[in-house]
Design a protein around this ligand. Structure first.
Ligand SMILES: CC(C)=CCC[C@@H](C)[C@H]1CC[C@H]2C3=C(CC[C@]12C)[C@@]1(C)CC[C@H](O)C[C@@H]1CC3
Length: 384
């Protein structure tokens, strides 16, 4: 089940992947997600997904990293991303909710309000208006798309490589009575399944970091945007402070990559060059993580750390206890016991451990300002 094609997936691959994903997730896309869905997965298929995903990282340390190792991950980006979300989606929904992204926190702002405000901010940065046709590239289970539809009155098409996430997004749209404003399509963002000049606006929230080439994915987005249309992205980057020759820095990057399904993470300068090389006129770009030096305001990574003082309500405390360091230790020990008792499928503990390692590295990278998950770039496709 190891797929190492570098090209866009062929229909036969798509059919095979869909069949595999159906076996793996059984009927979880139609029922409750989270821990129950995680436990319910098919054992053999889960084992295969774990092998396919972790072959790229097992026993790889910062000091052993070579360009060839990184390139092998880049070539395999499609299967790597698909299998990562096959393994991680239920834990994400259990721990974080239905919007798979970070956000800024204003003083006194609760978790859910801050998540939604981050989505509204992007929607207004790219000028989404009622009735517009908008594309969400890498839409997850559709949380941000649902919120942006409600906030602006536009129509959103969500695209994602992972079949399970697409079926969960469709399910939520039905549940919320939003099917006339939303559709969801399975596909690879390196080969968008839409004609040229299809959308008034395109946005990406923390997704194109999975691409094998930023310039190529931005070029695809440019192709499907109407002339004069606007593209906005919250991108994951290593910042200017990151030094690849420093082994501590490199280990932080590697831990983020392995626990977040990323073949290779780039620096801000690479992203700025890529969006312009793709043809966009760059209208705005800045790091939202750098926005505040006020220590009374919670940093973007606080829900993953150890600090509970930023929680605004009992609901915030309960939510954050599922995500932060203390909560992870308890829930991951529980998950490992379930795996030992063969209640959870083989490899569930390994997945949880890898996510926990990534969470620590995200906090470390955030504290040291080596990494940002919210570098905003807004570009326009010229009229001619
Ligand atoms: C991977 C990309 C590009 C974006 C996703 C960003 C975040 C939503 C995730 C990054 C690390 C994730 C972790 C969790 C939820 C989703 C993230 C914050 C957990 C808190 C889920 C519950 C587990 O027990 C621990 C996870 C740690 C990492």
């Amino acid at each position: 089940m190891v797929n190492s094609t570098s090209q866009a997936l062929l229909p036969a691959d798509q059919a095979r992947n869909m069949a595999f994903d159906k076996i793996l997730h059984k009927n979880s896309s139609n029922s409750q997600g989270g821990l129950r869905a995680m436990i319910n997965k098919d054992n053999e298929a889960h084992k295969a997904a774990v092998v396919e995903y972790f072959q790229h990282w097992d026993d790889k340390k910062a000091e052993d990293e070579t360009e060839a190792v990184r390139q092998s991950r880049v070539i395999d980006y499609a299967s790597l991303t698909r299998q990562y979300y096959n393994l991680a989606t239920d834990l994400y929904e259990y721990g974080w909710g239905e919007a798979f992204h970070f956000c800024r926190f204003a003083y006194g702002e609760a978790f859910k309000a801050a998540v939604n405000r981050h989505e509204h901010y992007l929607a207004s940065s790219i000028g989404i208006k009622p009735g517009m046709r908008v594309l969400d590239v890498g839409c997850g289970v559709g949380g941000p798309a649902r919120e942006i539809v409600k906030f602006t009155g536009c129509h959103v098409t969500g695209l994602n490589i992972n079949n399970y996430q697409i079926s969960r997004a469709k399910q939520y749209a039905v549940k919320e009575g939003l099917t006339h404003k939303l559709d969801f399509v399975q596909g690879d963002f390196m080969n968008l399944p839409f004609p040229d000049d299809s959308f008034d606006a395109v946005y990406v929230i923390e997704a194109t970091v999975h691409a094998p080439s930023l310039e190529s994915v931005y070029r695809e987005i440019f192709r499907v945007l109407k002339p004069g249309g606007v593209f906005g992205v919250y991108e994951w980057f290593m910042t200017d402070a990151y030094n690849n020759d420093d082994l501590t820095h490199r280990q932080i990057r590697l831990d983020i990559e392995q626990g977040d399904g990323i073949a290779q993470m780039l620096k801000v300068e690479d992203g700025l060059a890529a969006i312009q090389a793709a043809g966009f006129t760059l209208e705005t770009h800045y790091d939202l993580a750098d926005d505040s030096n006020d220590t009374s305001v919670a940093p973007w990574y606080w829900p993953l750390g150890t600090d509970l003082r930023y929680a605004q309500s009992l609901s915030d405390v309960l939510t954050v206890l599922r995500m932060n360091r203390f909560g992870r230790v308890v829930s991951h020990a529980f998950i490992s016991v379930l795996e030992l008792l063969q209640i959870a499928p083989a490899g569930t503990g390994k997945t949880a451990e890898s996510l926990a390692k990534a969470a620590d590295a995200l906090v470390e990278g955030g504290k040291k300002k080596l990494f940002t998950p919210m570098y905003l770039m807004v570009g326009r496709k010229p009229e001619f």
